[in-house]
Design a protein around this ligand. Sequence first.
Ligand SMILES: C[S@@+](CC[C@H](N)C(=O)[O-])C[C@H]1O[C@@H](n2cnc3c(N)ncnc32)[C@H](O)[C@@H]1O
Length: 223
Amino acid sequence: MIYAVGIGPGDPDMMPYKTVKLLNSADVIAGFETVLNIARSHFNPSAEVISMGYKDQPQQMEVVGERSRDDKVCVVCFMGDVNFSGYEYLERIHNHSQEPNPTIIPGISSAQMAASRTLTAFETAVFLTFHKRGDITEDKEFLVQILKQGKSAIVIPLPWDFMPAEISQFLIERGIPKETKVDVFEYLTWEEKEKSYARTLETCVEKFSDVSLMVVSPNKTQS
Ligand SMILES: C[S@@+](CC[C@H](N)C(=O)[O-])C[C@H]1O[C@@H](n2cnc3c(N)ncnc32)[C@H](O)[C@@H]1O
């Protein structure tokens, strides 16, 4: 049995109770080291922990699959929510753990936190990720279109090629007014690490962390 769980944006208290109970009792807990560290306080102390990085994900996911076929309860931890910018990782479970139907438990996404911080109603906004493999040209065009329609955009940048400064510059070049409100958040909900930056497209020029998220709000002004 494999569970794919979203462990939330960083604060270990921001996790569904169901996920906490699963982590408390799982035989196997897997994920990226930084993600595991967020959830570690909830781990079953006798669980086998399978930590992975970008390079050894396929091999480590194969091990998770083997454990699952040995009737172990396996929990694979995802950053934030599984359903926002998480499906490339989910594919690793399908392909390498050979489990086509892991049970998904959603988590609180960094996008939900950013929406809360900026008072952005979901129905007035679009979620968009550039943090993906392959060509992002269509996603860039989509971002321009939705901003021109007056929708807000909650955007995951692409480290390090298309970060908030590059996104802002691109949007100005594509005709979005340079006064448009931009908020950048680093490490949302991480104790002592969270930072926020109130900017406009014109003033959004810094180099931000790779754990950052951007909200572009064409219908609001920066206070
Ligand atoms: C592959 S995406 C996964 C997003 C995740 N599934 C979610 O729902 O938040 C990883 C990127 O999300 C953004 N991110 C995740 N957690 C964040 C946080 N606490 N604060 C700011 N950005 C965050 C960063 O841009 C990070 O590089």
